[in-house]
Design a protein around this ligand. Structure first.
Ligand code: RI2
Length: 331
């Protein structure tokens, strides 16, 4: 099954993190499905087209495992294809319309989040952020425009240094910002009024999966009684967690941490590079979504409203529940 080179390039861009950030990879995946549909050249009829699109969807889903925005974008488009009927042209139109809609809505969501989140920042605030999140930076930039932000601390975010991207964006928005090493978070926390970070995945119990180090930031904020907010579009909420699926944490190549030569010179040494960690809901003051500012405990409500259909589908795929005696026997 021949897949257009542009689609493969997008998939590789996501895998290598040339395209990164949970929102951006979701939009890139939607765009890739759109390109794939438009460039379909197989002559095998409707069934062949559906199989081809399913194949492209699988390629995109296999690129990065943690940010649920990616599968949510893919399922958003594929669900519309599933419901569509008619000629190949009609199916292509359905894919294009769904992809465009997802991209437009996801960009609008960030704007809305900026608007709601800015109001949570107290006047004259010192803000701390971790990694680079378009949603979090939008909140900070909007709050700065309202005259509420005095200064921002941005962590480097080793090993990929996304903090430098944050610094560039803050600079172009005119926001005074200082880069700090990740290890300085607890030291600097005494100056901080509020923490705003992004999100890769929100689970059904309101936990936040975000760039590794986020949970340490949350812990330091909690200790210092500093408010901790996450800016998360609703397509970053994971329907699969409602049926108990764990969120896979991506482990990237150790060479992102230490040069390959160093690893080879120190045979037997192990280097681990987890890309994300989990912040429990009790460390989160609020999740800023485009539907409104919610406590983490309300994550399930967002999931039922936004992904009720997907959760229903997943439930049907689940094997029948064990009877009580059987679960006891298993222990
Ligand atoms: P936006 C990033 O992951 C960071 O963890 C960031 O907080 C999150 O995506 C959300 O980013 P990575 O792709 O969608 O750098 O808000 O591993 O831009």
């Amino acid at each position: 099954m021949s897949v257009p080179q542009r689609v493969l390039d997008i998939a590789e861009g996501i895998r290598s993190m040339r395209i990164r950030g949970a929102g951006k990879i979701a939009r890139a995946a939607a765009e890739a499905l759109k390109i794939a549909a438009q460039e379909y050249r197989g002559g095998g009829g409707e069934e062949d087209f559906r199989k081809y699109m399913e194949h492209v969807a699988q390629i995109l889903l296999s690129t990065r495992p943690t940010a649920v925005s990616l599968p949510n974008a893919v399922y958003y488009v594929m669900h519309r294809l599933e419901k569509a009927s008619g000629s190949i042209g009609d199916l292509v139109d359905a894919v294009v319309a769904a992809a465009d809609e997802f991209i437009r809505e996801s960009l609008e969501a960030v704007q809305r989040i900026a608007m709601y989140g800015a109001k949570l920042i107290p006047s004259g605030a010192v803000v701390l952020t971790h990694c680079h999140s378009t949603a979090a930076v939008s909140v900070i930039a909007a709050a700065y425009k309202m005259g509420r932000v005095r200064k921002v601390y941005s962590t480097e975010t080793r090993p990929f240094y996304q903090g430098r991207i944050t610094m560039r964006h803050l600079l172009s928005a005119g926001v005074p910002a200082t880069q700090i090493p990740d290890s300085a978070v607890r030291y600097i926390m005494r100056e901080v009024d509020v923490v705003v970070v992004g999100a890769d995945t929100i689970t059904s119990n309101g936990a936040l999966i975000n760039k590794v180090g986020t949970s340490q930031v949350a812990l330091a904020a909690h200790e210092a009684r500093v408010r901790f907010y996450t800016a998360a579009e609703t397509y970053k909420f994971s329907p699969a967690t409602v049926i108990g699926e764990p969120v896979p944490i991506e482990f990237r190549d150790p060479s992102e941490i230490v040069p390959r030569g160093w690893i080879e010179a120190h045979r037997g040494i192990e280097v681990l590079n987890p890309a994300f960690d989990i912040t429990p809901p009790n460390y989160i003051d609020a999740i800023i979504t485009e539907m409104g500012v919610i406590p983490p405990q309300a994550a399930i409500l967002v999931l039922m409203e936004r992904y009720g259909w997907a959760i229903e589908k997943m439930r049907h795929r689940e094997p029948p529940r064990l009877r009580f005696e059987e679960t006891v026997d298993q222990r």
